[in-house]
Design a protein around this ligand. Sequence first.
Ligand SMILES: CC(C)(COP(=O)(O)OP(=O)(O)OC[C@H]1O[C@@H](n2cnc3c(N)ncnc32)[C@H](O)[C@@H]1OP(=O)(O)O)[C@@H](O)C(=O)NCCC(=O)NCCS
Length: 177
Amino acid sequence: MKLPKDPTKRTKRLELRTFRVSDYGVWKEYKLRTQRAKNRWDRIIKKPSDASLSAFRKFFKKLRSDERRDFTYTFGVFLRDSGELIGFIAIMEVYRSLSHSAYLGYRIDSAFWGNGYGKEAVKAALKLGFCDLKLHRLEAGIEPQNERSIALAKSLGMRFEGRKKRAVFFAENGATF
Ligand SMILES: CC(C)(COP(=O)(O)OP(=O)(O)OC[C@H]1O[C@@H](n2cnc3c(N)ncnc32)[C@H](O)[C@@H]1OP(=O)(O)O)[C@@H](O)C(=O)NCCC(=O)NCCS
């Protein structure tokens, strides 16, 4: 299974699409927008070099390689009127064999929270996953304290299925991969 060549999804205010080489400028702006983390799921960059051109190239190379392997698809969430990048959505670790399933990850820049963008973007990503990628199941692994994310998932009809123990592997340096 492969994504269609241009799997762009447009909603009323947003555009969800894969990244292009020419996105370095908007990607850098997103990375450098200064703000304090509003909660512990709101990760911000630690040092300016995280927004360097070489960091973007590395990011881009990994995205393309993950897509080619039908493993993980990462989409930028762009504002249609300004072209600004305001978030990311990932359909991760696609498993085709038995379940045709994947995990869903999403993040909106906290400067834009509370405007319905998260809901609008995730709704479009669910369409991408189920219709374009022909998945049968999408799972959002949400920590029980992440009320915002739980509210978002519920508002789109996602169901609570249970608690998974040790669901994410954290290396000694805190990295998840
Ligand atoms: C979760 C996240 C994507 C939500 O983005 P957002 O743009 O603020 O979401 P929306 O404005 O579309 O709001 C979504 C729902 O959250 C609810 N919500 C808004 N503010 C809230 C708050 N302070 N507390 C609880 N729920 C809230 C809204 O009620 C809305 O549901 P509704 O439309 O049915 O009313 C964003 O907070 C984020 O990126 N968080 C950090 C990363 C993260 O947690 N990702 C998910 C990991 S599982």
